[in-house]
Design a protein around this ligand. Structure first.
Ligand SMILES: Nc1nc2c(ncn2[C@@H]2O[C@H](COP(=O)(O)OP(=O)(O)OP(=O)(O)O)[C@@H](O)[C@H]2O)c(=O)[nH]1
Ligand SMILES: [Zn+2]
Length: 304
């Protein structure tokens, strides 16, 4: 459970426990932020592109805390190097953080991302099968990779989408299987092999079609000082859920077109992923337009 962090009416309280710089195999460095909250015990994450996007709860000064302790939990400006002694000042880069009398970070353009900037954001839900076990049943792994690439680039050549030029956030929520958990999702996959679509399978297992809650994601974005979101999604529900005025506003939806649709030789190609996308379009109202001529057109013999 988090201790008293600033409360925004209607939203969970979140606290960033630690962040660390992660060099990646894909090129850009990311800053991984781990959060606690007062709604569940899961370790939700923010994958942050840009050292200057700062979690207010991470940087808030704590009573009796040493500069070394601040560096260890990641509340430092600039870059760590052997022998560095001050978290709040990076002498090599000439960066210095300021705090008010309550210990809250006072932001300035030299050190901290302007919260008014439109920021490219993906709110991603955990998918062990798609992200780790190479599943071709869904496009989660592809979407995750693509979100990172779009945030890193200035402009995506194939689509003309304006990227984040190295600034952006992937909020990674631990709501596997649209909130039903991995065990139940595996059962849903067996039902899908028996003829159900993804929505029917959830309903047959007595779960909602989509049991996710995006409110922790909103709190994390606000904690990161982001107020104006360009949201990477095809899901209208997520667009709805990405605003909490006046603190957070979704100013643009950036589509996630499956890579296989724009380039035959790329992305995921399987009858399962086609059925998955078809169900998203036809039953979940996803904003994807390509007319699908897919394998899942056979009448389902599963009764819901
Ligand atoms: N229950 C269930 N969950 C699934 C299935 N396939 C994928 N998922 C889960 O669905 C979630 C993926 O959703 P997101 O990547 O956030 O995408 P979305 O809400 O569909 O919308 P986009 O933002 O447009 O991608 C993850 O939690 C997956 O584990 C399935 O067949 N059944
Ligand atoms: Zn998936």
């Amino acid at each position: 459970m988090v201790q008293a962090e600033e409360e925004i009416v209607g939203l969970p309280r979140v606290r960033c426990i630690a962040r660390a710089r992660i060099p990646t195999t894909q090129g850009p460095e990311i800053f991984l932020h781990l959060y606690s909250n007062d709604r569940d015990t899961k370790e939700h994450l923010a994958i942050v592109f840009g050292e200057d996007i700062r979690s207010r709860s991470l940087f808030r000064q704590r009573k009796g805390e040493s500069q070394q302790e601040r560096m260890i939990r990641g509340a430092y400006v600039g870059k760590l190097y052997p022998g560095r002694t001050d978290a709040d000042v990076d002498e090599r880069l000439g960066l210095s953080l300021q705090f008010d009398k309550n210990g809250d970070l006072v932001t300035d353009a030299a050190t901290t991302w302007d919260s008014a900037n439109d920021t490219l954001v993906r709110v991603h839900s955990e998918c062990y099968t798609g992200e780790t076990a190479w599943s071709a049943r869904c496009d989660c792994g592809e979407q995750f990779d693509r979100a990172g690439r779009l945030i890193a680039c200035e402009r995506e050549e194939a689509t003309g989408i304006v990227g984040g030029s190295g600034h952006g956030v992937i909020v990674y929520l631990r709501q596997e299987g649209r909130g039903i958990g991995l065990g139940e999702k595996l059962k849903a996959y067996n039902l899908q092999d028996l003829g159900a679509d993804t929505v029917q399978a959830n309903l047959l297992l007595k779960h909602p079609a989509d049991g996710r809650d995006f409110s922790i994601g909103k709190s994390i974005l606000i904690d990161l000082g982001i107020s104006s979101v360009r949201l990477l999604t095809n899901n209208p529900e997520k667009v709805e859920q990405a605003s909490h005025p006046p603190f957070l506003n979704c100013v643009e939806r950036v589509p996630m077109i499956p890579m296989h649709w724009t380039c035959e030789s790329e992305g995921i190609h399987s009858k399962e992923v086609e059925g998955y996308l078809r169900t998203k379009i036809e039953r979940m109202g996803h904003l994807l337009q390509r007319p699908l001529n897919l394998h899942s057109t056979q009448p389902s013999n599963v009764i819901v």
